[in-house]
Design a binder for this molecule. Structure first.
Ligand code: 13P
Ligand code: SF4
Length: 304
């Protein structure tokens, strides 16, 4: 059954000149049929340079919005319109403007896990893969960082010369991973390294041997001489970690690391989306142009 669906998806992708992008947290079978999988930064770059006519975005709403902002000539499909990100909804453009008014002249760095409207009210975007470099690239010695307080506080440690004003947003999935759960896993597997995402709470990320974006985890685990890892991010990451390093062992740090939004998209949803060419994600032109400036500034920062 699922083989037949996969075949139909492949044929429709070809017929529509469409590219299928999938975030590293997607269900295994969705990652398996994707043309490109990656973290938020890699997928933004792909979306900005693809020559396909259609982008099928298997991820959450803000990711498809970023693709629509960066590729205005293309049709962007989000197979599940209800796949949102609770952290992105924790900051509004009005709230951000109120904060900005209290700190005139202070640049706003906005994590891509945010709405197009919030990006439009920002100076520069960042992802978890480039946040330190983005903050370091700014001339000012103060920054407003929204919406993720955990990513912001993690970045601040590497840029001690700057003063940070944090928005108190967070990822509910990563915050469900407690320090107690991690310490228990470390006690059960003393030889394992602990890696986690910077969306984790500070009391968890301070326990980590390495903190990085989802794609950073693939590189780290592939090249590390260690053979056992406790993994502190959403469970979908395990699919490619195990594929990349079949001889290594990966243990999820907590059973709570499950993002219900990232798990919504099924193969059937992808097929229906390609058949009906919907739901289409678009951004009003005035917002798109302003949000694109913030994303373009981020994309202009050289990668490692
Ligand atoms: P990255 O893939 O950029 O590490 O982001 C994690 C995330 O939570 C996306 O929603
Ligand atoms: Fe949002 Fe967290 Fe889910 Fe990522 S993992 S989509 S930040 S709720």
């Amino acid at each position: 059954m699922s083989d037949a669906i996969k075949q139909q998806i492949k044929e429709l992708l070809k017929e529509r000149n469409a590219v299928l992008l999938a975030h590293n947290y997607m269900r295994d079978e969705v990652q398996e049929i994707a043309d490109i999988t990656g973290d938020s930064l890699a997928l933004s770059i792909e979306a900005s340079k693809t020559d396909a006519d259609v982008i099928v975005f298997c991820g959450v709403h803000f990711m498809a919005e970023s693709a629509a902002i960066l590729s205005p000539g293309k049709k962007v499909l989000l197979p599940r319109l209800d796949a949102g990100c609770p952290m992105a909804d924790m900051v509004t453009a009005e709230g951000l403007e109120t904060l900005r008014a209290k700190h005139p002249g202070v640049p706003v760095v906005t994590y891509v896990n945010s709405t197009a409207e919030v990006k439009a009210h920002s100076d520069i975007c960042c992802t978890s893969a480039n946040a330190i470099k983005v903050v370091q690239s700014l001339r000012e010695n103060e920054v407003i960082f929204v919406p993720d307080r955990n990513l912001g506080r993690w970045v601040a440690q590497f840029v001690p010369e700057k003063k940070f004003i944090f928005w108190e947003g967070f990822c509910p999935t990563h915050e469900r991973m407690t320090a107690a759960a991690v310490l228990q896993k470390k006690a059960d597997h003393p030889e394992a390294l602990f890696i986690c995402h910077p969306e984790s709470a500070p009391e968890v990320s301070c326990l980590a041997d390495h903190v990085c974006s989802t794609s950073g985890m693939y590189d780290y685990c592939r090249t590390s001489p260690a053979t056992k890892f406790i993994v502190g991010t959403e469970a979908g990451i395990l699919y490619k970690l195990r594929l990349d390093s079949p001889d290594k062992e990966f243990i999820l740090a907590s059973p709570a690391l499950f993002c219900p939004n990232m798990k919504l998209t099924s193969l059937e949803d992808v097929l229906v989306s390609l058949q009906t060419m919907s739901p289409v994600i678009s951004v009003p032109e005035d917002i798109r142009l302003k949000a694109k400036l913030a994303l373009d500034r981020m994309l202009a920062i050289p990668r490692d």
